[in-house]
Design a protein around this ligand. Sequence first.
Ligand code: PLP
Length: 413
Amino acid sequence: MAVLEKKSSQHSIELEDKYGAHNYHPLPVVLSKGEGVYVWDVEGKKYYDFLSAYSAVNQGHCHPKIVGAMVNQAQTLTLTSRAFYNDKLGEYEKFATEFFGFDKLLPMNTGAEAVETALKICRKWAYEKKGISENEAQIIVCENNFHGRTTTIISFSNDPVARKNFGPYTEGFIKIEYDNLSALESALENNKNVAGFLVEPIQGEAGVYVPSEDYLAKAKALCEKYNVLFMADEVQTGIARTGQLLAVDYGNVKPDVLVLGKALSGGAYPVSAVLANDHIMNVIKPGNHGSTFGGNPIAAAVAVAALEVVRDEKLADNAFKMGELFRSELNKYIENSKIVNLVRGKGLLNAIVINDDEESETAWNICVALKENGLLAKPTHGNIIRFAPPLVMNKEQLLECVDIITKTLKEFE
Ligand SMILES: Cc1ncc(COP(=O)(O)O)c(C=O)c1O
């Protein structure tokens, strides 16, 4: 006789612990359902999701239009590989390039793969268009960056936990301070072989660091002056998260290479992409780059639906308004708080900095208490807690969340 296993959080946690690699440290909550701004655990408790799967679920959990497009395509054609054409990829490429204003798109699956793709395009452009000698190209990156987990990407990370014992590292990167234009200018001046500058418009994983207002525009101007590609990694900041379609839109900056992922599918499916104009993208020829799943028909159908939702539901606008409200409400609390130093961010990508040292457990303990009170968030680094709910959140829900957050913080004052 089959034994009926009762589903419990504890059981799921034990399974992951025993049979899964321990490459994450999750909050002790086991989710089994999501809808809009809410998720439910296996015991049926409801939470506000204030992480949105690291800003992938911008359109809200299980958005019916996105799920509908996915189910419909899954029942029709799932994967052809790029050995053949499929009838969805071209439509998606046309839609997305017009949506973001570029000539061409290269489809991949995860954020890290898209970053790798951008780095390869940049190097090839440097050798074939800029005239840098083979194997000499350098790419400038920023300290405290987060661009993913591949061997090359961690080669230019300065997070010891992400790097240690994964060497030898990939060469060809120059690290400079974030939000420091003179560091950028001197790196450009002192190195003839710079091919590109890779930057997050807001450093998300590092703790939601928003650079000075003119940083991106001036960095782009410097890149133009030195004939270097300005590559914006908008995997986390893009697709309405920060209150504009792209975070670079705040500075009216047009990147040479745009990297997207996460919310490109609304969290329904792994979809990422690199966008660039022809004079850059055309360096990529058959055989240079690819992925079995990149550009598959499900991804293409899902991405079009996900972008249509962003446009039709005016999510950038909503993120902007809800973000202003969130920070102003939290600031009222912070004025008299001993436990929170500040709130910062743009749109609905925000973080609070806890008044405790980086190694303390306070931020983690606050997140556990937030969970008890019905809201899920996670520390980024040390004493910083990121708040990034789905962008479909309305005012009433947001104010309820502010209540939960301030009530929880009071327990720690
Ligand atoms: C800015 C940025 N780039 C790249 C990535 C990597 O994306 P993925 O986890 O899909 O590989 C992330 C993930 O958090 C990110 O925030």
